[in-house]
Ligand binder design. Structure first.
Ligand SMILES: Cc1ncc(C[n+]2csc(CCOP(=O)(O)OP(=O)(O)O)c2C)c(N)n1
Ligand SMILES: [Mg+2]
Length: 328
């Protein structure tokens, strides 16, 4: 189907999202190395910003997102306030989930970000519930589930794809194929190389895209979302990209070939897109964008730092839905 080309504002918007994600996570990296500044493990999507921006900007507000441990980019592209996100990562009361989720269980029901599952491969199966509800209620929404190339080797992902195809559920499976699963290289756990090729075995459309080309990712996502929305069932989109940092900020990547890393650094999605925008005469619209992203992160840090930890008497609040109150 012929789609309208992206207009200037959409293209600049994609760029702004990537800049905000990078600025936010650069700060996470910095803070993660300051003693006692951030609790727990910090997992960033450095190098993968085009996937988050390109896919999430193609969704409508009623579409549901199920994300995984590498979720900051998905949430920021969805419009989550960076201050609320950082405060949550820091376990503060002003956080997105009142300081109860931390970085690994983020959710924003108001924006249809259903949940973060950090059980590798669980997200696609959990997305079946959301997609079945959309289908059953005859809503127009699609469920978009992000998972890694390592997760694709889990049996649960096979079950989810099979069920989604059999029931023709509106699911966009987005595999962020970032060449690593922890310290294990893609080729060590994926005999077929292209995960998208597996779509054929579920009789659903699938495609491998350049995950560092934000406009290409966006276009592919738009096409697949039209497919899912039109009642034809699920689709699988594999975005080939690279995890530029270690699995988490604690991981110094000693196992990564330095030439490989340098070669992917030369395909940085933000640098590439800036060149494309300049080439197309949109350079003037990029003025000040970097500074604005940094300022947004400065404000986020100030907000999160000023937010207190939740008081002990609230320890059990916000953890479960109260079915009685809900019915009321
Ligand atoms: C069922 C399960 N097994 C192992 C882990 C530990 N673990 C967390 S992330 C990860 C690697 C996942 O790789 P991939 O799916 O490619 O996602 P990426 O980290 O590359 O984004 C592993 C093994 C886990 N959280 N859950
Ligand atoms: Mg991976």
């Amino acid at each position: 189907m012929q789609r309208d080309p992206l207009d200037r504002d959409q293209r600049i918007g994609l760029h702004a999202d990537m800049l905000l994600i990078r600025a936010f996570e650069d700060r996470i990296t910095q803070m993660a190395h300051e003693q006692g500044r951030l609790p727990g493990m910090q997992i960033t999507c450095h190098g993968q910003e085009a996937v988050a921006a390109g896919v999430v900007r193609a969704l409508t507000p009623r579409d549901v997102i199920v994300t995984n441990h590498r979720s900051h980019g998905h949430l920021l592209a969805r419009g989550v306030d960076p201050g609320a996100l950082l405060a949550e990562i820091m376990g503060r009361q002003g956080g997105l989930n009142h300081g109860k989720s931390g970085t690994l269980h983020l959710a924003d029901p108001g924006r249809n970000v259903l949940m973060t599952s950090t059980v590798v491969g669980a997200g696609p199966l959990l997305a079946m519930g959301a997609a079945f509800a959309q289908h059953y209620r005859q809503e127009q929404g699609v469920t978009c589930v992000f998972f890694g190339d390592g997760a694709a080797a889990e049996g649960s992902v096979h079950e989810a794809m099979n069920l989604a195809a059999v029931w023709k559920l509106p699911v966009l499976f987005v595999c962020e194929s970032n060449c690593w699963a922890g310290a294990q290289a893609h080729k060590e756990h994926c005999p077929i190389g292209e995960i998208a090729a597996r779509a054929a075995s579920y009789n659903m459309p699938g495609e491998m895209t350049d995950g560092n080309d934000v406009e290409g990712v966006h276009e592919t996502a738009r096409g697949f979302l039209e497919h899912c929305r039109s009642g034809k069932g699920p689709a699988l989109m594999e975005c080939r990209t690279y995890r530029m940092h270690g699995h988490g900020e604690h991981d110094q990547q000693q196992y990564v070939d330095k030439d490989e890393l340098a070669s992917w650094a030369g395909r940085d999605p933000i640098v590439r897109h800036a060149e494309v925008l300049r080439r197309d005469g949109l350079g003037e619209f990029m003025a000040g964008m970097l500074e604005r992203a940094d300022q947004a992160v400065d404000r986020a840090v100030a907000f999160a730092d000023a937010s207190p930890f939740p008081p002990p008497e609230e320890a059990l609040d916000h953890l479960y839905v109260n079915p009685i109150l809900r019915e009321g």
